[in-house]
Ligand binder design. Structure first.
Ligand SMILES: Cc1ncc(COP(=O)(O)O)c(C=O)c1O
Length: 411
């Protein structure tokens, strides 16, 4: 398809009408049909605030901190809040555009740290369930990775990871929780491997960072996962996931502030003068920074706790409903608000169930072994409809259409 530049500019209403029509064919996340991609806070006053903040900061650029002191202040405060929740120095991090960039920065920091110890070919050791962002970072950064199979509980297997660590290991990783099964890796054991081998240890709390602190406060069991654990050196946590900001907001924090300096890139051999940057982007959108700050301030501890309760109760309703349907089961023992379920009999049947759910307008991520659900507050409204459709799908599916498992994609 070729799209020429229009010879004459088109009226704003006409342009927007085109987009509105196309947009109507996208997933209906407000109706609770999406289970990843969007974290629906189901909170009109928060959403209105985010729209106002986004409009106010739409054209600003967080590249140059010297001309936007308000952005510097908000970024520092968002990082400080995260650092306070995870137990580290309030200055020991930056914001990033998302989980992938936070992970990229943590892997890069580990590479530089390893090089400073004389390691010439640094690598990382991660569980098979760790997010592909680690493999992407390793690929971009010219490093190598060892992916280690998980144990029968679907958590990272510390013994197997320890066996995979060698003199060139720069980083070991645990997830809190991992995306595929929603289980929290044994962070103390993984961090102990880091201490024993003088490597860094990253906890990928992109999903759990803005939920586990409140999960714990509402009485749910949360194993140790943050800087209280000796040996944990960095944590990624996405404000655009369970922090309920819109897209483009994550935090990367370190055990101490000097470690953050590995992120700094300073270039002074340019006619334009000194160029400095702390993250991978040059020009940085300001709206996600401003909206992350506003979201955190608007929700506060009581707001996050209230949302954690809704997420917990809704997750339980989904899980109880799924377990009550003959022929399907939940995989493993998920510890937060995301999980996989699968047909008892065969992956083909799981696929066929997914086909019927697709036809009924649900968008479940298809994994290699099952279908994936991640619960947001907005899902509280659709649990019963979803479970009715799922029971129908389990009882009435045909043959699988063979849709491949996948997450993200290229076109
Ligand atoms: C555990 C985990 N880590 C990292 C990421 C990557 O985050 P992003 O898609 O914001 O780059 C995700 C995304 O779902 C995730 O679930």
């Amino acid at each position: 398809m070729t799209t020429p530049l229009p010879d004459r500019g088109r009226p704003a209403d006409e342009v927007f009408a085109d987009q509105t029509e196309w947009h109507s064919e996208d997933i209906d996340w407000r109706g609770g049909r999406a289970f990843s991609l969007v974290y629906n806070a189901d909170d009109p006053s928060l959403e209105e605030l985010q729209h106002r903040v986004a409009a106010a900061y739409l054209h600003e650029n967080a590249l140059n901190p010297f001309v936007y002191p308000s952005l510097v202040r908000m970024e520092e405060e968002v990082v400080a809040v995260a650092a306070g929740l995870f137990g580290t120095d309030p200055r020991a991090g930056t914001m990033a555009s998302g989980g992938t960039e936070s992970i990229f920065l943590a892997v890069h920091t580990a590479r530089e740290h390893a090089r400073s110890r004389g390691v010439t070919d640094p690598g990382i050791v991660i569980a098979s369930t760790a997010h592909p962002a680690f493999s992407k970072a390793v690929h971009y950064l010219g490093m190598h990775e060892t992916r280690v199979p998980v144990g029968p509980d679907l958590k990272a297997d510390p013994e197997a990871m320890a066996a995979a660590v060698g003199p060139d290991t720069a980083l070991v990783v645990g997830s809190a929780p991992c995306y595929p099964f929603g289980v929290i890796d044994p962070i103390p054991e993984i961090a102990a491997i880091a201490v024993a081998n003088d490597t860094l240890c990253h906890v990928d709390a992109c999903l759990g960072g803005w939920l586990l602190p409140f999960w714990e406060r509402i009485g749910e069991p949360v194993p140790p996962w943050n800087f209280e654990v000796e040996g944990v050196t960095s944590i990624s946590a996405d404000v655009h996931k369970y922090g309920y900001c819109f897209k483009g907001a994550s935090v990367i924090v370190y055990r101490d502030e000097p470690m953050k300096h590995h992120q700094y890139f300073i270039f002074d051999d340019w006619p334009g003068g000194l160029y400095g940057s702390a993250t991978t982007a040059g020009t940085r959108p300001a709206a996600p920074i401003a909206a992350a700050w506003a979201t955190i301030q608007h929700l506060g501890l009581d707001g996050y706790i209230a949302k954690a309760e809704v997420v917990r109760d809704t997750t339980r309703r989904f899980q109880a409903g799924i377990e009550a349907i003959d022929g399907i089961h939940i995989t493993g023992e998920p510890q937060m608000s995301l999980f996989e379920f699968a047909a008892d009999d065969s992956p083909d049947i799981t696929g066929a169930i997914g086909d019927v759910m697709d036809d009924r307008g649900w968008k479940l991520d298809r994994q290699n072994g099952g279908l994936h659900l991640m619960i947001s507050p907005g899902h509280a409204r659709i649990v019963d409809t979803f479970l009715e459709d799922l029971a129908y799908a389990v009882a009435n599916h045909g043959d699988t259409r063979g849709v491949a498992a996948g997450y993200g994609g290229v076109v």
